[in-house]
Design a protein around this ligand. Structure first.
Ligand code: ADP
Ligand code: MG
Length: 435
């Protein structure tokens, strides 16, 4: 049998040494400090962060490391091991929406956003080297891992220069503020209008737990997840699907949801069925209300959706929110049993069906990965992240993980898809300084 390609996270000490070396090779001196932040998978709750829903991500063992030294001339010099091009240089005060058109937007946008939000004074400048083992563009949030490690770096440098300044990274509330800055950097400088799940988990994760994040106010709770104790694994399948023509697909759905929420007179669609984890309505009832609003002539603009096709958006958002609440209640019920895991599996698979049929954000590679994993014995499987490529997760028995991965690999080969890569997800720590 051909070997599977496993993308295992590097051991921390070795990765710190690597990013320090990258810094020294580029800038000729040792870096002052090193920070890191994790990528993530979302267990369940997809495409509902921007609908005020609850999401349940966990931080991966795979992390992005940044080595940094301050400069005094207001210049930011940035280099990455994952980017083949030369070191890029930009004056900190030249950073503005629309002014940065390369990957360094995810770096230089962060001090800009921190300053805009009053979390940072002047940006004095810095030399920065980046090295990551989070696969890029695989739906595992390399973008947030990069932003969040940079946020910690600028937070630390600012407190180093000002003994009265509290380190934001020292408290969960401070980390919540840093997450807001990272979201702003991604939205305004990198130009990606994403919700706040990725930055929140990267900055606020807790080892051994999934984090529930209520995206109305970013309140979090920890849900311990010990898969190993249950003889299970969370297999991540990076489909490596070629970039699809997904420009605007995310924005289109987001605009459709926002327009529907307006028509309902709600800030968030999730409020139609829940208030936090309390269930206050059902999908059928909300669809009926929608039809009443439509027939009363109360809807004019829905982005690119018609009043009919928008119903499918509504069904996904609301049913997904209810699946998340069910998942939370499963874990609240006490020590997980075999039935907990099989129910979790069913919820994951139902989530995928909804993303495929109603929200329509999957692709052939994601659907094949999920179907084949289920046929090979997975308890449940779904796409994770934004979709249109990227990764899927499968809840598998630990001793069947390899067999499931082989089945997916073979199915991909026989269809002429790219070779998938595999990771195993365990809930790891949030962004931190490395010493
Ligand atoms: P994801 O966050 O799922 O990996 P995104 O498209 O949101 O996918 O972000 C990927 C982009 O982030 C890359 O194309 C690149 O621009 C940037 N990026 C992330 N990590 C790095 C890195 N280590 N070096 C250079 N660019 C990076
Ligand atoms: Mg991203």
């Amino acid at each position: 049998m051909t070997e599977l390609v496993w993308k295992t996270a590097q051991e921390t000490g070795a990765h710190v040494a690597r990013v320090r070396q990258a810094f020294t090779d580029e800038f000729g001196v040792e870096p002052a400090r090193v920070f890191s932040a994790p990528g993530r998978v979302n267990l369940i709750g997809e495409h509902i962060d921007y609908n005020g829903g609850i999401v349940m991500p966990l931080a991966l063992p795979h992390r992005t490391f940044v080595a940094i030294s301050p400069r005094t001339d207001g210049v930011l010099r940035v280099t990455s091991t994952q980017d083949g091009s030369e070191t890029t240089e930009i004056a900190a005060d030249a950073v503005a929406p629309g002014a940065v058109d390369s990957w360094i937007a995810y770096v230089v946008g962060v001090p800009w956003a921190m300053r805009e939000l009053g979390l940072l004074g002047e940006v004095a400048g810095a030399d920065i080297a980046v090295d990551s083992d989070v696969p890029l563009g695989a739906g595992l949030s390399s973008s947030a891992a990069l932003e969040c490690s940079v946020a910690l770096a600028f937070d630390a440098l600012a407190s180093e220069n000002d003994s009265d300044r509290e380190l934001l990274a020292a408290t969960d509330d401070g980390r919540k503020q840093l997450a807001t800055a990272c979201i702003k950097a991604e939205n305004d400088i990198a130009g990606a209008n994403t919700g706040g799940m990725d930055q929140s988990i990267s900055l606020r994760a807790s080892q051994g737990s999934v984090l529930t994040i209520d995206c109305r106010d970013f309140a979090t709770t920890k849900v311990p997840l010990d898969l190993a104790a249950a003889g299970l694994s969370l297999l991540v399948i990076d489909t490596r699907a070629p970039h699809q023509l997904n420009d605007g697909q995310y924005a289109k759905r987001r605009a459709g949801c926002d327009a529907m929420a307006d028509a309902f007179g709600e800030e968030f669609l999730s409020s139609l069925v829940t208030d936090g984890t309390e269930i206050t309505g059902d999908v059928g009832g909300a669809v009926d209300r929608w039809r009443e609003i439509v027939s009363a002539g109360g809807v004019e603009v829905l982005g690119e959706y018609t009043v009919e096709t928008a119903e499918a958006l509504l069904r996904h958002v609301l049913s997904e929110q209810l699946r998340v609440v069910e998942t939370i209640k499963l874990f609240e019920a006490g020590e997980p049993t075999a039935s907990t895991w099989s129910k979790l599996g069913e919820l994951l698979t139902a989530s995928h069906a909804s993303l495929r049929d109603d929200y329509q954000v999957t692709c052939p590679e994601l659907d094949v990965a999920v179907d084949v994993a289920l046929d090979a014995g997975a308890l449940g499987a779904r796409m994770t992240g934004g979709g249109f490529g990227g990764s899927a997760i499968a809840l598998v028995r630990a001793d069947e993980q390899d067999a499931v991965a082989h089945a997916v690999r073979e199915a991909f080969a026989s269809r002429g898809f790219n070779e998938p890569h595999f990771l195993s997800a365990t809930p790891e720590e949030s962004a931190r300084e490395e010493r």
